[in-house]
Every structure is written in structure tokens, then in C-alpha cells.
Design a protein around this ligand. Sequence first.
Ligand code: 7PM
Length: 284
Amino acid sequence: MLFNTSEINFTCSKVMGILNVTPDSFSDGGRYSTVARAVDQARIMISQGADFIDVGGESTRPGAPEVSEGEELARVIPVIEAIKQKFDVVVSVDTSKAAVMTAATAAGAALINDVRALQQPHALTAAAEADVPVCLMHMQGSPDTMQIKPGYNDVVAEVRGFLQARINACLDAGIKKTNIIVDPGFGFGKTLAHNYRLLAELSSIQALGFPVLVGMSRKSMVGNVLNNKIDERLAGSLALATLAAQANADIIRVHDVAETVDIVRIVNQFLAVKNNSGVDSDRA
Ligand code: 7PM
């Protein structure tokens, strides 16, 4: 099921469900149980209305150990194969490694989500060869150190400039314009103020002219306002998803699919009226 971004109706925000296949996400058991549980989780998110399932085998958590290519392949490929065998859904692969991009797209992944924006060796070539949409995310620094002291003169201009440079690198590498998605990278080398500035000025990122993906679910931009733990961040995450949907974000990447699909439908109902595409007879 190949697609490019021009074939998706982004009038409404789409919802991407997060499927982590790191050992810490399914702590007990070996490979079989990991694949079975990942498939169960995918089934639930699909039934809840997810448009995309983002399968990731590398934890980008600050301070997380690096994962070898072999280990990442062993984690994600069986899961992608199993999901594609059972469900008709767009699977996204969350990776920075060229070999994982190649194997995952061969196994049926139809989107590459790279928090390192195709800057790792051979990633540009692998993505061009795969000929699927790629999400280019901004990050300042690297996962192990990025939250130590994030700094910008103008966070919006710098994120936009980085994304424009990566767009140019993609186009130079032969990646189609219709295969590019951009993402400001909330929480990746950003303070609370940086994150909210980027959200407030999302239109400046949208002005690059590509679909925009946002990921704010359960992140510190919720927790540092509410002073709560990860598992207490649902309401805060939904508030951010509401703001993103109202700002016409194209893809919202979340843990809590059912709740996010509901809020996106409500925002779309409101936007239809606000944009005057509602039924005129309702105006009387
Ligand atoms: C620990 C810290 C675990 C951070 C997981 C995370 C994004 C992403 C992630 C995002 C795109 C999370 C992040 N975040 N990909 N992957 N955009 N495109 O909270 O914001 O899921 S990992």
C-alpha cells in the first residue's frame, strides 16, 4: 500500500499511534511474546481509529543506551511483518538507521519517521531508494545530552532553518517533494518555553509548505506545567492535541489514540463551521 503525502486528505488532522518495541515497553518474556503483545497493541490502536502505527525499536529517551543495528532489526521487523499480515494500516518505522529503513520498508512500512532527519550514514540514500514519505524531525544535540542546556537565539527561526536545510538535502538526494513531512521535535533539546513558542508559532513551520507532524504526548511540556508523572499526563496531552488540531497539524503522534481521535473529531466539527464549510442552512 504505497502512498505519498499528496494522496492523504490532511484537511483533518490524522492520528499516529505510538508502538514501542523496546524491552522496557514489554518487560517480560522473549521475542514471541513481544511480537504478540505488539500486535495486540496495534489491533487496539487501529480499532480506536489510528491512521498510522509508528513502530520504534530504539529508545530516544534522554540517557537511553544505544541500540545496535542487529538488535533494532530483530525488534522491529517481525512486528512490522506481523502487523502488515493482519491489518490494513499505514505502518511507520521510527528509526535513524539506513539498514532498518531498507528492511522495514521491504517488510511493508510505508513511512519513515527519523528523529535525526536522515543525517546518519546512508540514510538519505536509503530513504530515496525506499520511495516512501519521510518525517524529518528537529533535534538540538543528541538524546543523551539534549536536555542539559538547550539554547537558541530564536527557536522558531532555527528549527525552521534546520528543517529547510534537511528538505534541501532530501531533494538533492532524489527524495520526492511529495514524500516529505516535517516536525519541530517537541522536547528534543528544548526548554518548556521553547516548546510552547514552537507550538504557538506552528504556522511558521507550516509555511515551509510540507505536512507537519507533532509529538507532544505525555512529554515534559505537559509534566513541567502540571508537575505530574508520565501516567498522569492524559488530560494535559489532550489539551495540547486540541491546540495542535486547531492549528491544523497534519499528523498528531500519541500514546492515547481513542481519546485523541475523539478530540480531533470535535475540533474538526468546530473548524468546519469556523471555516464556513458548514451547511449554510445551519446559519438561520
Ligand atoms: C523518552 C523520551 C521516550 C522521548 C520517548 C520519547 C517524537 C518522535 C519521539 C516526536 C517524531 C516520545 C519520545 N518523539 N518522532 N519520537 N516526533 N516524529 O515521547 O516528537 O515518544 S520519542
